[in-house]
Design a protein around this ligand. Structure first.
Ligand SMILES: C[S@@+](CC[C@H](N)C(=O)[O-])C[C@H]1O[C@@H](n2cnc3c(N)ncnc32)[C@H](O)[C@@H]1O
Length: 232
């Protein structure tokens, strides 16, 4: 099990697209791709996940495993307001990052959409308050501060899942077939889970949990990513 993040040295770094990531000094590992944090999140989670699910469902209940900086939530907010698509976003994060790090993230400066700075602040407020927050007519966010394996999900409650835990080599216990089965049950038929890892063992664990797994081209620096579907 991961240690409480407050005790881990973490520093800000700039990735190749100019956007920040956070660097875990204990693992020598970033929270996002060093080839571009925004670029990776947009490619894996928004384009391969949210945009794909949006075609099938009118309103999206979205679950993120590992809210971290809130970047994926911010990009989902951007998608919601740009496409007039209602999104109810639930982030899971047992180890909230320190507020002094969160407040330095440069995502709103790069995104430039009107209101992105306030949106990121509201996402961070939701992380700290535990309360559901309406950021716009199209976007609600709440954060559950628990290990995702300890959450009681309603069956078929979500249409899209962003699975953004740390590397399976570091936390294999979060990428097991049992853990994925809980998420399969929480997902509606027709919905999908996306993740940045396309390792063979992860594909097999997802299949064992019931998912139909597709491999898609990855963002710069990554050959493939996974979209795992819940089909009848
Ligand atoms: C790769 S980072 C996520 C990056 C994040 N999505 C972002 O855009 O900044 C992995 C995140 O998973 C969180 N995490 C660790 N153990 C977890 C667990 N058992 N359940 C849910 N999240 C967990 C970590 O605290 C960390 O914030």
């Amino acid at each position: 099990m991961d240690k409480a993040i407050q005790h881990i040295p973490i520093s800000l770094r700039i990735t190749a697209d100019g956007s920040h990531t956070l660097w875990r000094e204990d693992w020598g590992e970033p929270f996002h791709s060093i080839y571009g944090a925004i670029q990776e999140s947009q490619h894996v989670f928004i384009n391969a996940g949210l945009a794909h699910c949006s075609v099938k469902f009118e309103k999206i209940n979205l679950l993120e495993i590992g809210l971290g900086t809130g970047l994926n939530a911010l990009l989902a907010w951007n998608f919601a307001v740009s496409n007039c698509k209602k999104i109810d976003y639930t982030g899971i994060e047992p180890f909230p990052l320190p507020q002094n790090l969160l407040s330095q993230l440069n995502y709103p400066q790069i995104l430039t959409s009107t209101g992105s700075s306030e949106a990121l602040q509201y996402i961070h407020e939701a992380l700290y308050s535990g309360k559901k927050k309406e950021i716009s007519d199209f976007f609600m966010v709440q954060v559950i501060r628990k290990d995702f394996r300890q959450v009681d999900y309603n069956p078929e409650a979500y249409h899209c899942i962003f699975f953004d835990a740390f590397d399976p080599a570091k936390v294999p216990e979060l990428w097991t077939a049992d853990a994925f089965r809980q998420l399969w049950e929480a997902l509606a038929y027709g919905g999908g889970l996306v993740t940045y890892s396309a390792k063979g063992q992860i594909k097999r664990n997802l299949q064992e949990a019931g998912f139909k797994v597709e491999k898609l081209p990855g963002p710069p620096g990554k050959r493939e990513i996974i979209r795992a579907l819940k089909v009848l």
